[in-house]
Write a protein that binds this ligand. Structure first.
Ligand code: NIG
Ligand code: FE
Length: 408
């Protein structure tokens, strides 16, 4: 089956051969073409060009609009029950995220609600969030557990992720966030908790094939770098690569721990500098930046500019969760990345597509290349791709094609 998207005003994200990721100046290297068509064979991109489009079974009219690779959101916590506007107000009144967490709010608040919710309730709430994300141009989504805090409730979350993967046109990658906060019954016994996680929880999750990755919150007051090493090792033993929440609130050593353990990504990095950049250079670990979480917590942004100038690639994701980033809207992340972190629009787009795909272990998508999976986001007509982060708050999305099929 051949599909042609015709009447494209601006096609952005072109590179003849699909790369695994883009680093440093390469993040500015994706090409564009004006007034053109794009052809799709079954579920992958087969070509593009100016002039008369080739014969096709199906024609999609882009009406002079813009076509880009669909967003790859490599860090989300979209499975949760209930929202946390009360804590939002507490933060406005001056409480810090850490203070709210110490009072039993934060992750523990969401955990209590996830433990009480049925699998069906969780599924319905998350399916609605996911379909909104797809309508907003996202084609691949990483989903974490982490609000269960008991093995049963974590498994319930992971089963919801499996159901979402079945029912949604988006590609889902699932992460067992096995050490997100210390369960109340383990207070003062973090080492023992991590021991249980490594000896019992990770093997149980892996045995049911419920996750591709493990993750932990490596942060002062939560879990330390020894815990990180133990969890990464236990994950690797069961075929799970790791992704780490590191340096969100303080310098935790989590970046270095992640690199040592061969993590696929280290995420957040609000507190990082030259030492973290040097630790990451020349490794396969992708720094993943979550500027909407920094924005929402009024925290400093991670040093994206310095990272890219040093030759690192970075990925961008939403961190969609009820506490620190209640939004799965990638265009806002692009605006925050450009305005807040001085990433150039094309760097931000590359971080939100090809580098996000890399951070999820997906190596067949994220650019306009022959053979790449045909996951495409159609946008309104624009003179340059910079219009997307520039026109913040405007919904520019006009359509979504996933695996060659029109979804929106
Ligand atoms: O990535 N920091 C850890 N996890 C989430 C926040 C979780 C929450 O507050 O519910 C994050 O920001
Ligand atoms: Fe997170």
């Amino acid at each position: 089956m051949v599909t042609v998207v015709e009447n494209i005003g601006l096609l952005w994200g072109i590179v003849p051969t699909l790369p695994t990721r883009l680093v440093g100046a390469e993040m500015r290297s994706l090409g564009e073409l004006r007034n053109c068509w794009l052809s799709i064979e079954d579920d992958h991109i087969s070509g593009w060009g100016e002039g008369t489009p080739p014969a096709a079974d199906l024609h999609i009219n882009a009406a002079g609009g813009t076509v880009i690779p669909a967003f790859c959101d490599s860090h989300t916590h979209i499975i949760f029950a209930g929202t946390r506007e009360r804590e939002f107000e507490d933060k406005i009144r001056g409480l810090s995220y850490e203070e709210i967490a110490r009072r039993g709010g934060g992750i523990l608040n969401s955990a209590a609600r996830v433990q009480q919710a049925t699998e069906q309730e969780l599924y319905e709430a998350s399916a609605e969030r996911l379909s909104r994300m797809v309508a907003d141009g996202t084609g691949s989504v990483e989903i974490k557990s982490g609000y269960g805090l008991t093995l049963d409730a974590e498994m319930k979350m992971l089963r919801v992720a499996a159901r979402l993967s079945e029912s949604s046109p988006a590609t889902i990658r699932t992460t067992f966030l096995c050490a997100h906060a210390l369960p109340v019954e383990y207070r003062g016994r973090a080492d023992q908790f991590v021991d249980t996680v490594c000896r019992e929880w990770i093997p149980a999750v892996a045995a049911e094939g419920l996750a591709e990755f493990v993750d932990l919150f490596c942060e002062e007051g939560f879990f330390n770098t020894t815990h990180a090493a133990q969890i990464m090792e236990a994950g690797a033993k069961h075929g799970l690569r790791s992704k780490i929440h590191a340096n969100q609130l303080a310098f935790s050593g989590g970046v270095q721990a992640g690199v040592r353990g061969g993590a696929l990504s280290v995420d957040h990095l609000e507190s990082s500098g030259q030492a973290e950049i040097e630790a990451l250079l020349g490794t396969s670990t992708m720094p993943t930046l979550l500027p909407s979480a920094a924005f929402f917590l009024r925290a400093p942004y991670p040093p994206a500019r310095q990272m890219i100038e040093s030759g690192l690639g970075v990925a961008l994701a939403t961190d969609y969760n009820p506490g620190t980033s209640p939004s799965g809207y990638m265009p806002l992340v692009l605006t925050l990345a450009t305005v807040g972190m001085r990433m150039l629009p094309e760097e931000a787009l590359a971080a939100a597509t090809i580098n996000g795909a890399y951070a999820m272990g997906l190596n067949d998508r994220g650019t306009i290349s022959v053979g790449a999976r045909a996951d495409l986001t159609l946008l309104r007509p624009m003179e340059s791709i910079a219009y997307l982060p520039y026109s913040f708050g405007e919904n520019c999305i006009r359509g979504v094609i996933l695996g060659g099929k029109t979804i929106v």
